[in-house]
Design a protein around this ligand. Structure first.
Ligand SMILES: [Zn+2]
Length: 498
């Protein structure tokens, strides 16, 4: 067998493990009965360890090294795949096995410690765990540093290729300069909405019917996906022919499930439209966290929160909630889905202020990994930055530094991709509008035109192109955050006019 055959034989087996592991996790998050958890995690452990042995098999590593040496003789697809695999294996081999195992054990317990600390508003009880997690990530930074990647850059690069401190600083500086003053000015008053929207209860059954209707509106392909329910909405895909989403219904909040469903559909339609021949390779799925988030945000915000969208679909919602929405006009509903306020919680943030929540986390992580901030000082710094950029101060750490699970899971460098993706979305939207009349596509119930454009310019490539290449193909220019700032200011100048 030649090296390519060996590599591909291993890949086939690894993919089969991936599939089994993925199905178990999906089941645990959605349908599995409560008591099944221990049994399931025992099986997960066995499968994950067998998969690890396959990945690190001598024969496989040898094949990868040989293929890497002859990289220019390979076709484009396999060339890119081998580069990615080689990079991740080289990195894994750099970490001492003992530290790696200690860290895995630490992570397996940390989310519980975090959840309790959050529940009890007790940062001190989470501090020792968080210090160890940060310490391990500082070690990772040391081990992975190269001539071009230093410090926090190493972590940023793990989530978004070729995005480091320099690029993110430019991005967030643009927000600080142009967006922060606008937000602080426009959010002085608390918004008022029709009380029927904020006081009524909306049946889960009715919300389910509307989410089902939305699947159709966006042409989410039910032959290649499903919609289920989970505590936190998410998308999970294993191939272009199987990409699933969840949403969460709340009786006291009509729009939460609507925008979760649309957001996750944005993620899922991306993966469903990747070139099907990549399913057996490692190029399936999206290319980066940022580009992935650009797709969910484009669907959620630019389409789902547009006036054209609700002019078209509000009657259906009113038909489902006849009594509850009888006295709510289209304009009142539109104002409600675009309401903005100075909030404390990132996942509840509106479209206008969302990226500022992310910017605060970026500043903190940067200081943490460039040596200027101690873990124990996180709450103080957190509160100071919230005051500065959002004009609010958390009263507790529960609604402050303890609100997100990411750091407990060892994810540093991940947060910035949320804001970056949202900003990519505005630039992609602008470019798309040159080719198709988006407002008209939405008004005439032809969102499939948007899907088709996205497939051609973004989705089909899967992991074949880098985020930078995707931006060039889709928008014909490099990433420029001004599209995002301009989009927000133009939109909210009108909505918040008095
Ligand atoms: Zn998302």
């Amino acid at each position: 067998m030649n090296y390519l055959d060996i590599y591909q034989t291993y890949r086939k087996k690894i993919k089969a493990y991936d599939y089994a592991l993925w199905l178990i996790s999906w089941d645990q998050e959605t349908e599995a009965p409560e008591r099944s958890n221990d049994y399931a995690s025992n099986q997960l452990e066995v499968l994950a360890s067998a998969q690890y042995d396959l990945e690190m098999a001598e024969e496989r590593l040898e094949a990868i090294n040989h293929l890497y040496d002859q990289i220019n003789d390979l076709n484009d697809e396999i060339k890119i795949e081998i580069k990615k695999v080689k990079k991740s294996i080289d990195r894994l081999l750099k970490i001492p096995k003992e530290s790696y195992i200690d860290y895995q054990v630490l992570l397996s317990k940390s989310s519980k410690v975090w959840a309790e600390a959050k529940h009890n508003n007790d940062f001190e009880s989470f501090l020792p765990t968080l210090e160890k997690i940060v310490e391990f990530n500082r070690l990772v930074v040391k081990l992975y540093e190269t001539d071009t990647l230093k410090g926090y850059d190493v972590l940023l690069d793990m989530y978004e290729d070729e995005m480091g401190i320099k690029e993110y600083d430019q991005f967030f500086d643009t927000l600080k300069e142009n967006l922060v003053p606008f937000v602080l000015e426009k959010t002085k008053k608390k918004p008022k909405f029709n009380r029927a929207l904020t006081r009524n209860k909306f049946s889960i059954e009715g919300q389910r019917a509307f989410s089902k209707y939305l699947l159709d509106v966006f042409s989410y392909d039910l032959k290649k996906g499903v919609l289920k329910e989970s505590v936190h909405p998410f998308t999970s895909g294993v191939s272009s022919t199987d990409t699933r989403i969840t949403t969460a219904y709340h009786e006291d909040n009509l729009i939460s499930s609507i925008f979760s469903t649309i957001h996750e559909m944005g993620h899922a339609i991306y993966e469903q439209q990747v070139n099907e021949s990549y399913d057996e390779t490692l190029l399936n799925g999206g290319t980066s966290m940022g580009i992935h988030e650009s797709q969910s945000r484009l669907y959620e915000n630019m389409i789902g929160r547009s006036y054209e969208f609700w002019a078209q679909h509000y009657p259906k919602l009113q038909e489902i909630f006849k009594k509850e929405l009888k006295k709510v006009t289209l304009d009142e509903f539109y104002a409600y889905v675009n309401g903005v306020s100075r909030g404390l919680i990132r996942i509840e943030a509106d479209e206008l202020t969302y990226s500022l929540h992310v910017m605060i986390r970026y500043e903190i992580e940067k200081q943490l990994f460039n040596g200027k901030l101690k873990v124990k000082d996180l709450p103080k710094t957190w509160n100071k930055l919230y005051r500065k950029y959002l004009g609010v101060t958390p009263k507790t750490d529960t609604e402050g530094v303890l609100q997100d699970i990411h750091w407990a899971g060892g994810s540093f460098g991940y947060f910035p991709t949320y804001a970056l993706g949202t900003a990519y979305a505005a630039q992609i939207y602008h470019a798309m509008n040159q080719d198709i009349d988006i407002a008209k596509a939405i008004s005439s119930n032809q969102i499939h035109l948007i899907n088709e454009w996205s497939k051609e310019k973004i989705h089909q490539f899967g992991g074949l192109k880098t985020p930078k290449e995707i931006m060039l193909i889709a928008t014909k220019e490099p990433f420029d955050p001004h599209y995002y700032v301009n989009y927000l200011i133009e939109k909210y100048k009108v909505i918040l006019k008095d």
